[in-house]
Design a protein around this ligand. Sequence first.
Ligand code: BGC
Length: 762
Amino acid sequence: MQTSMKITRKENYEPKELNLHETLFCSANGYIGIRGTLEEGVPEHFPTMRGQYLAGAYEIIPMKQAESLCNLVEKKQTMLNICDTQTIRLTVNGQEIDPFSCKVTDAERVLDMGEGYTERLTHYSLSSGGQLAVRIRRMAHFAIKELFTIEYEIEAIDFTGEAVFDSWHTPEVANYSDPDDPRLADESPCYLTRQELAYKGSMSYSVTKTKESGVVIAAATEHIIAADDKAESMIREEGGSLITRIRIPLRKGRKVTLLKYAAFSDSIREKEPRQKVTGLLSRVTVISIKQLYDEQKAYLSKFWERSRMSIDGDKELEDAVCFNMYQLLCAAPRDPHSGMAAKGLSGEGYEGHFFWDTEMYVVPFFILTDPALAKNILAYRYSTLPAARENAALVGHKKGALYPWRTITGVECSGYFPSGTAAYHINGAISYAVISYHQATGDDEFLLTMGLEMLIETARLWLDTGVYDRKGRFNIFEVTGPDEYTCMVNNNYYTNASAAYNLRCAADLYEKYRDRTEVIKLTKDLGITDLEIDAMKKAADAMYLPYDEDYGINPQDDAFLDKPVWDLASTPKEDFPLLLHYHPLHLYRYQVCKQADTVLAHFLFPDLASRETMEKSFRYYEKITTHDSSLSTCVFSMTASMLGLHDEALSYFGDSAKLDLLNRHENTKDGVHTANMGGCYMAIVNGFAGLRIRKDGLHISPFLPKGLRSYSFPFSYMGRKLKLSVDEDKAVMELTEGEGCAFKFFDKEEMIGKEKPWTHGL
Ligand code: BGC
């Protein structure tokens, strides 16, 4: 690691900022996510999302439809807020220590992305006049995914006395809700019922279960004190919680440290979750915390070796980009039992649902930095293919699979189908990710055992949906594209372009591998015929892609350009995001976009339109896009880069890179925006560096944005490791592991070998 990688913030205990910090200083490792709430809690009237989550752990709850139209979804899944093990209250010489009743002289929060922990550093001036320093370090362990630790260190700087810690283990907690925000749940019951709450020696444990999904969650906590003096410890039960009370003398200038270990497990992954957590804690608590920290650092040093982005000329920007990458690592599932939520494991926004965000915006990051994690995400989608087939049938399809717009286990959880189930482009995102993963890794085993089946089933859905018109064009009617301010349209350019790609690749890959044993079996199992494969090719070739002669652009859909243009200039600032202030129907009747739609299609499928059409389209959509969705500015940046609009590329990128750190959408309190975080990475790698991996191999077409001195990043390609560095004068590629290979620099064929770096002037 070249430089320290830290995000540091002063703490002023304003409710709004505390809420934001709960997200920014969340501890997560792809399995557990613990929001950065204050151990001691906040005053009653403060809004707080005191949350602990496990990837894929959910409850099923009713979703009453106002009118019971045929086959509308009447139940949804929601992520669980599980057992609270982060509450620790401290009393020093009889005074309760918290920033709301004590005088704080200095307070800071730190996220150390090289070491993998968050820290709260607080200095108190006590009513007795004494100075107390408190350092609380939290870690969700990357290597032992069930483990979360809190190291609570206090130092009586200039006094002696006694400290009392009350450390809580509360199994039944409520989910968060906000009835005024459609992006959050509107009810907040406690979904977990206690089955067991007990302790053995100094270890507390609990088992809880949901009513409908039957998911069992087990948690265990254990405490160790490091101090000069002996501590007294006892456990009591109070109001449904187990509280470990530890009394310890305080000596002037000496430190006392409480180590709290918590472990979590669930019945989705384990047969005996309780045995798993108690066994794990018995083993882990005999290891020194230093060793656990060392393992964490070692894990991260490998991660950064594979992915570290250097941006010379703007350290703050570099930190922001690394923060985004770090959060993606914290959010990505480590096994195929779960997909990745739009907010990762950092909050309850969108109720922990998985959307197209993952495949379109996050998988590209993992394909280039940790292909095994990308494969996990796709393997999860494969495991939900049967549910996607059922979903397609529910909507009326005779064949194929329709992935749900939002889900946890694979069933549709969207209650509003116009901007939910109708967003068929989720199939496009998943198939695009499968193809990209295969093109970048050459992982035939994945393709043959999972990917191809997904491609065939998603392609079948397009065949079943589309119709040929009198001119012989293949049309896709009544779908919603990425832009959710325009719903239920005919021939959404983006959807049609994705469908054509899905259809063509499914047919091509099927034909390429048709003699392989797995494909022979698949052919039989799915009843694939040559006629069907030909139909896929024919539909792809005949796919209708709207083009408007007058404007010289690709309209977002058939009717889009006939609608009046929304007057964005006269829309009051407080009316954004528009979705919170205007009825959906009103929005649908105007040319106004929530997010990149055709502009994303141009980036993904540049061969479908001329450069001129893409630039004119970019200029057109730029004027009518609000970027109310966080999935937007990063795409405008990438497309601008591709079109050589370098100033625009940089300015859109700037909006995307610090979106969460600066709370630009004012809802980071509900969780980070993982799609934007992945999109920010793509804006540099695919945008500035023009790195694309296509059927014909690796391409780069880099430029250095104004204001930067250089940037560089490592990446994986077909099992080898490479590093690309770009400065004002040149691009340099190094092969750090694996065999040499050919690639394209703009349109020129080049070779990179082991002997020496490849260099080219810019
Ligand atoms: C966006 C969708 C996105 C969802 C979850 C919505 O605001 O319009 O494209 O999938 O958020 O991030």
